[in-house]
Ligand binder design. Structure first.
Ligand SMILES: Nc1nc2c(ncn2[C@@H]2O[C@H](COP(=O)(O)OP(=O)(O)OP(=O)(O)O)[C@@H](O)[C@H]2O)c(=O)[nH]1
Length: 308
């Protein structure tokens, strides 16, 4: 027969198996602190868990009073700290192949000796690759939850947060409201001024929405020209006030289109979470309220009214 590769059977050499068994026993029972550290670090991609392991293994060799780590990953500050400080400090910028993966600081009441500092550096060298992997994992997770055009959380992030909000609302009898906002006649902006201006307007709108809300609220890009705002501890009336504030923030935006100034409006639909409905039904009710706002003239807010 043609085109069938011949498979050559190889036999395992008993001596290889013996060597493997010995290596495994050495590896699993190793008292070598660097092997133990890297083995433990390789079991997780959680940066927080890795830093806990690093602090434990470091502390068993070089005692310290406090260890802290700081890094900005995907526009967010990641901070880890354990123990209470001391006046003596050694600080390391963790770099690999020209990329920084955070700053590690150790504090102690007594000065670090040169031998101890060398020890810290050896431990960091062994830990840097797993730490880099954990940082990259956070960045990838963040990217999957972020809208590439506006850099605000995307629909996937909204779905996750709505699920959590509906659970919390039921467990703690807390009020949550959702606003869906949709730019009015956005197609005309694209048609008349082009997609570059349309994209710019979407970015400006995301910024205006973020500025118009409280720190505890969050904005998401829900779809093309549609945004969502999740408001914890907020009832219908308060949510309507926020929606009106958002509308006026968007109406105040101005885009210079080479001599002419472009301005836009946005319509908003509000729905308070009604247990025990799920996230999907909650969105559907906010969408119904938005549909009414569009249908009744745009640039207005409509609330899916509930009876308490
Ligand atoms: N520039 C740009 N346009 C987008 C993007 N996503 C969706 N759109 C456009 O947004 C427009 C939405 O149009 P419609 O759904 O008709 O809505 P509208 O023109 O805003 O009308 P109303 O919502 O009824 O007021 C379409 O032309 C899409 O192509 C994007 O990322 N960038």
């Amino acid at each position: 027969m043609k085109n069938i590769p011949s498979i050559q059977r190889t036999t395992t050499q008993p001596k290889d198996l013996v060597a493997l068994r010995q290596a495994y026993q050495g590896w699993s029972n190793t008292p070598d602190p660097l092997t133990r550290l890297t083995r433990r670090l390789s079991t997780t991609l959680s940066l927080e868990t890795q830093l806990g392991i690093l602090a434990e293994e470091m502390g068993s060799i070089i005692p310290f009073d406090a260890l802290s780590y700081r890094h900005q990953i995907a526009r967010r500050d990641f901070v880890y700290a354990t123990g209470m400080g001391g006046p003596h400090r050694c600080e390391y910028r963790l770099g690999l192949e020209g990329v920084c993966y955070g700053t590690l600081t150790l504090n102690r009441r007594h000065k670090f000796s040169d031998e101890e500092l060398q020890g810290v550096e050896m431990i960091i060298s062994a830990a840097i690759c797993p730490l880099r992997n954990a940082c990259q994992f956070i960045a990838i997770e963040q990217a999957a939850l972020t809208d590439a055009l506006t850099s605000i959380p995307n629909k996937r992030a909204l779905d996750e947060h709505l699920q959590r909000a509906s659970l919390l609302a039921e467990r703690h009898a807390e009020e949550y409201s959702l606003i869906l906002c949709d730019l009015d006649h956005f197609k005309e902006v694209n048609d008349q001024h082009g997609h570059v201006v349309g994209d710019h307007l979407l970015r400006l709108t995301a910024g205006a929405l973020e500025t118009a809300i409280r720190n505890s609220d969050s904005v998401y890009r829900f779809g093309g020209e549609e945004f969502a705002i999740l408001l914890p501890h907020t009832g219908e009336q308060e949510a309507r006030d926020v929606a009106d504030r958002v509308r006026s923030a968007v109406a105040n935006l101005r885009i210079d289109c080479g001599g002419t100034e472009l301005s836009v409006t946005i319509s908003c639909g509000v729905a308070r979470y009604m247990p025990p409905e799920g996230a999907e039904q909650w969105i559907t009710r906010a969408d119904e309220a938005l549909y009414r706002a569009k249908d009744q003239g745009r640039n207005c807010t409509r609330v899916f009214a509930t009876i308490r």
